[in-house]
Design a protein around this ligand. Sequence first.
Ligand code: FEO
Length: 401
Amino acid sequence: MEDVYKAVKVSEHVYWVGAIDWNIRDFHGYTTPRGSTYNAYLVLADKLTLIDTVKAPFINEMLSRISSVIDPGDISYIVSNHSEMDHTGALPGTIERIGPEKVFASTMGASTIKEHFQLEQEIIPVKDRGSISLGNMDLSFIETRMLHWPDSMFTYLEKDRVLFSQDAFGMHLASSQRFDDDLDLAFLEYEAATYYANIILPYSPLVLKLLNKVAGMKLDIDLVAPDHGPMWRKNIGRILGLYSMWAGQKPTKKAVIMYATMWHSTESMAEAIAEGLGSKGISVRLMDVNKSHRSDVAYEVLDAGALVVGSPTLNNNMFPTVADCLTYLKGLRPRNLVGAAFGSYGWSGDALEQVNDALRAMKVELVDEGINVKYVPDADALERCFSLGVKIAERLEKEVG
Ligand code: FEO
């Protein structure tokens, strides 16, 4: 069976030797309805070099792809750009099976890998902007700390103008196509945005610095080779531009209303707020968090200017699925949002202030104290919700200019 796995040539000296995970549907809390890939790359230099490995259960698929080009035992070097286990899970097994001369990682990566796997193999730290010789060509390294782990780095192969960018510029998409121009660009942009929103967003200020750093290095890049999804060869400028835009987090005339509802009271309020926002030309996404996954909410928040959150009070608390989504979003640290809270209750209305507190903790600028309605909103309460929508819209108008 394993003989069917073949390497794919992606540049003069580089082969893709990764694995396709068609059926993964949850990536530590991020829903992945279209699966993923774990990309590993083989550099055919004097010193045969493997860049990154794959998730542990896919080691045979990776070694099989390598075997379609060379004997894996001939690999001299392994470079690990990122220690997360979807890229290093197969590293200990690979080291054991091929016995490489040397394994390289960033300074942080060297210690992370040792600690994670309690490896006996020495992991040689490489410096930011340092390089190693593979005999007839060099590899150079660019530290990308906290993008998105402390150990993360890029590797650059000048000979073929390939930038191995680990998670950056990637997406969770299983496909039999390996390049951006084999797939629909709008679809790729959606998947890349979803990935950015759910993985990279917390580190947006560092993304801007990194983009400047890479631009300053004036690297010639013909291929961006991430660790997930297709490689970018035709639309490199486009994906770099999108990263710059997403990292900038400029407010837009778009509002996300996320809510949960028990008996449709909070839902009626959400719809009235949406009508108010829409009456002023704001684009609205209304999302019941009992029906929308938290990572789809994160995708919508990525380019929004407002986050409006509704919750009924259940047993003196905000609704559990609202708490789940707010906890997730807080960790992703979206910036430059205005917002408000709303909700309904029976005998204690604690959820409203809890949501307000959660929004404040996310540094969302609240436009007012929010709306709390006992039992079922009447016409007057719905009118107040509509007005809240208008107020948020007017605030967004000012922010966006
Ligand atoms: Fe694809 Fe951060 O691992």
